[in-house]
Unconditional design. Structure first.
Length: 300
């Protein structure tokens, strides 16, 4: 099926090209961090760059709590997902994905249900509540994924598109005060800020686009991860690495394309001297790495 001829609007009303540009800008702090405003906001309560620019140079200036760069990055990843899904037919759905035991249908169904879970958390936060991403827990999550195994391509395309639209509209509707005070609850991190939830959805989309293993249909490889996403994921992965290492190990990450970082407190030093992208494949559990590298605990 051909891709739509007109640009698909992305989150916060930013056109696709502008979302790509905003996603490639430098990021602010990782936790709850926000970067430059991608443009005038379309919803009540969201501060625009035009209104805040006059204050940006002052000593009392505070950056917006709205995670504009994360929203733009995720919107760009969503567009790539929707463009790829348009090329998936019934035969492609039955292929094995890059995740053991998962077909393409399983993975696309998961991406749709994951987006719906994020929508539920955002909508609940707008009402002052904290909701679980999957109210039925792991059983609900696994059951939803299994239910997508035999769905036809037209249904999968429609479900993914509807879930993405719902989530981006939910983000659009969030008042700035809710960005400041709202939370959702995910199984991996517990109670989590809305800004960090945006990153978790962005991560889900970027990584699973590669996991789909649909390069013959124009899908991405590891080298195609967006640079903006790589920057934030590197910081998250490094920050979470100590809890995943054996107690006796210290890892020196020496990618060569960014500063080296030592992680861990053990006496046994292991040097991981591969560039950022293959290092991320190891850190995210997609590549076992070299035999001398330590076995890592689960990646979240």
């Amino acid at each position: 099926m051909a891709a739509p001829s007109s640009p698909r609007p992305s989150v916060l009303g930013v056109p696709e090209a502008d979302a790509d540009a905003a996603a490639d800008r430098e990021f602010g702090p990782v936790l709850g961090g926000v970067g430059p405003d991608p443009g005038p906001a379309q919803e009540s309560g969201i501060e625009s760059s035009a209104s805040s620019a006059a204050w940006s140079a002052g000593p009392d200036y505070l950056p917006s709590v709205v995670p504009h760069d994360r929203l733009a990055g995720c919107a760009a990843a969503h567009r790539r997902l929707l463009d790829l899904v348009e090329r998936v037919d019934d035969d492609a759905l039955r292929r094995p994905s890059g995740l053991p035991g998962w077909t393409v249908a399983h993975l696309l169904t998961h991406l749709a249900r994951n987006a719906e879970g994020h929508s539920g958390m955002v909508e609940a936060a707008t009402g002052g509540d904290v909701r679980d991403q999957y109210p039925g827990g792991q059983e609900q999550r696994d059951g939803d994924i299994a239910a997508g195994r035999d769905l036809p391509a037209a249904t999968v395309r429609a479900e993914v598109a509807a879930a993405v639209v719902r989530l981006e509209r939910a983000w659009d509707a969030v008042h700035v005060d809710v960005w400041r005070t709202g939370f959702g609850r995910v199984s991996t991190y517990g109670v989590t800020t809305l800004a960090d939830l945006v990153f978790l959805r962005w991560r889900e989309t970027e990584i699973h686009l590669v996991d789909l293993a649909l390069t013959d249909l124009g899908g991405p490889r590891w080298a195609d991860l967006s640079p903006a996403y790589v920057e934030v994921e590197w910081a998250w992965a490094v920050r979470g690495l100590p809890a995943r290492l054996p107690a006796e190990v210290t890892v020196l990450l020496a990618p060569g394309d960014r500063p080296s970082t030592a992680v861990g407190r053990g006496d046994e030093l292991v040097v991981v001297d591969v560039p950022t992208i293959p290092a991320l494949a190891w850190l995210t559990g997609r590549d076992p790495g070299r035999p001398e590298w330590p076995a890592l605990g689960p990646w979240w």
